[in-house]
Design a protein around this ligand. Structure first.
Ligand SMILES: *[C@@H]1O[C@H](CO)[C@@H](O)[C@H](O)[C@H]1NC(C)=O
Ligand SMILES: *[C@@H]1O[C@H](CO)[C@@H](O)[C@H](O)[C@H]1NC(C)=O
Ligand SMILES: *[C@@H]1O[C@H](CO)[C@@H](O)[C@H](O)[C@H]1NC(C)=O
Ligand SMILES: *[C@@H]1O[C@H](CO)[C@@H](O)[C@H](O)[C@H]1NC(C)=O
Ligand SMILES: *[C@@H]1O[C@H](CO)[C@@H](O)[C@H](O)[C@H]1NC(C)=O
Ligand SMILES: *[C@@H]1O[C@H](CO)[C@@H](O)[C@H](O)[C@H]1NC(C)=O
Ligand SMILES: *[C@@H]1O[C@H](CO)[C@@H](O)[C@H](O)[C@H]1NC(C)=O
Length: 320
């Protein structure tokens, strides 16, 4: 009995000692990220939240730093105001930070400034991006999304990372909307983040080097077709048959270009890497059947050997 208790205690300690860097692109004042912070802390994780002071959706991998010591504009929901410092933390919680930069910059700010200066160089076991307001599916979003960029920036720095995105939108201020209602999308998504994080940390191995996960949660509750409150998980591919990408259209009324997303049925159907039998994440998202997609991606951007050999053959003259 004593032995068993010790084992359970040790196990709890292992979970409790895991450190998570939590970030997003919708800003540190969003309900989604605050609900996730609360639930990861409740689950025993040591969480450092560092996120942009204002909305940085669609900023992709751009890296920037504040141009002045103080903010030139109000932050998101005017939670932090013009004239306040360009970075800082909650008065009552030094684990919750904002930074006037893109999501990629926030990750670097956390690793290169916050951890050495405030946390004695503590190391991060996992970076979590999100849950984003809106899905991040297909190659078009992979490259354009700020949340995705935070995740791949972390992976470049040797820290495994997972991006979470929610299909049900409620771009709300945590001080107005954070609640304990178990049917709210923010709370369902945060519970699911904790569930997958627990499952991963229950294994002795962490995610392999250079790999990340892209998770998309389905529509929740009233906004879903079947009152979805506890989505299941399914492995998917980012590429594959059925993806969507940004495109544009000339608008005769405004005489300007409109941008939109175009569904591509099978242009990207060729499969060069990964498990070619998996459905695309977009296909599963579109099925609206209370399923969360998990795509495993690599930041080893070099082409598959058989593909790169084809390119090499074409350039033979240049390479001899
Ligand atoms: C943190 O690590 C860096 C680089 O390894 C080192 O230069 C710095 O002195 C360390 N800081 C603390 C507080 O240990
Ligand atoms: C969405 O946010 C508003 C406040 O902006 C809040 O009143 C409402 O309860 C939220 N709805 C859901 C479904 O979370
Ligand atoms: C949610 O529940 C916790 C304790 O379970 C409580 O401290 C907190 O005030 C509650 N939050 C809201 C918004 O009701
Ligand atoms: C993690 O492992 C413990 C002990 O085996 C188990 O009680 C718990 O349910 C597991 N959690 C998950 C999310 O798999
Ligand atoms: C062109 O732009 C106007 C104004 O934004 C918009 O109302 C209209 O729907 C657009 N037309 C098309 C064909 O998308
Ligand atoms: C590269 O792609 C080919 C198909 O073009 C496939 O047969 C091969 O297994 C792939 N190699 C790797 C390393 O994934
Ligand atoms: C949801 O739809 C996808 C795509 O059609 C399918 O692969 C998957 O099995 C479905 N999942 C459930 C739980 O019905």
């Amino acid at each position: 009995m004593q032995f068993l208790i010790s084992i359970i205690y040790l196990f709890t300690l292992t979970i409790a000692s895991k450190t998570i860097l939590l970030t997003n692109d919708d800003s540190w004042a969003l309900t989604n990220i605050r609900a996730t912070y609360r639930d990861l802390v409740d689950a025993g994780y040591d969480v450092l939240l560092v996120a942009p002071v204002s909305q940085r959706s669609g900023w992709a991998g751009k890296f920037d730093v504040p141009e002045s010591k103080n903010l030139l504009n109000d932050g998101e929901f005017s939670y932090v105001k013009k004239g306040d410092p360009s970075w800082g933390h909650e008065d009552d919680d030094k684990n919750i930070w904002y930074f006037n930069g893109t999501p990629s910059s926030c990750v670097a700010f956390a690793i290169d400034y916050v951890l050495p200066n405030y946390f004695n160089n503590k190391s991060i076991d996992l970076t979590i991006g999100g849950p984003n307001e809106g899905p991040n599916l297909s190659p078009g979003f992979f490259t354009a999304s700020g949340t995705m960029s935070a995740v791949y920036t972390s992976i470049y720095r040797g820290i495994p990372a997972i991006s979470f995105s929610g299909s049900t939108l409620n771009n709300s201020f945590f001080q107005d909307s954070l609640n304990n209602n178990s049917k709210d999308a923010a709370n369902i998504y945060s519970k699911k983040v904790v569930e997958l994080t627990d499952i991963i940390f229950n294994n002795t191995d962490t995610l392999p080097n250079m790999l990340g996960l892209n998770v998309n949660f389905p529509l929740i509750g009233d906004s879903s077709s079947d009152d979805c409150y506890d989505p299941t998980w399914q492995l998917t591919r980012i590429m594959g048959k059925g993806v969507f990408t940004p495109n544009m259209q000339y608008n005769e009324t405004t005489e300007l270009m409109d941008w939109t997303y175009q569904y591509i049925d099978d242009i990207q159907k060729d499969c060069e890497n990964g498990d070619c039998n998996l459905p695309s994440e977009y296909t599963v998202f579109w099925a609206d059947n209370c399923t969360s997609t998990i795509s495993v991606f690599s930041i080893d951007y070099d082409a598959n050997l058989s593909q790169s050999n084809k390119a090499k053959k074409l350039m033979k003259k240049a390479l001899t």
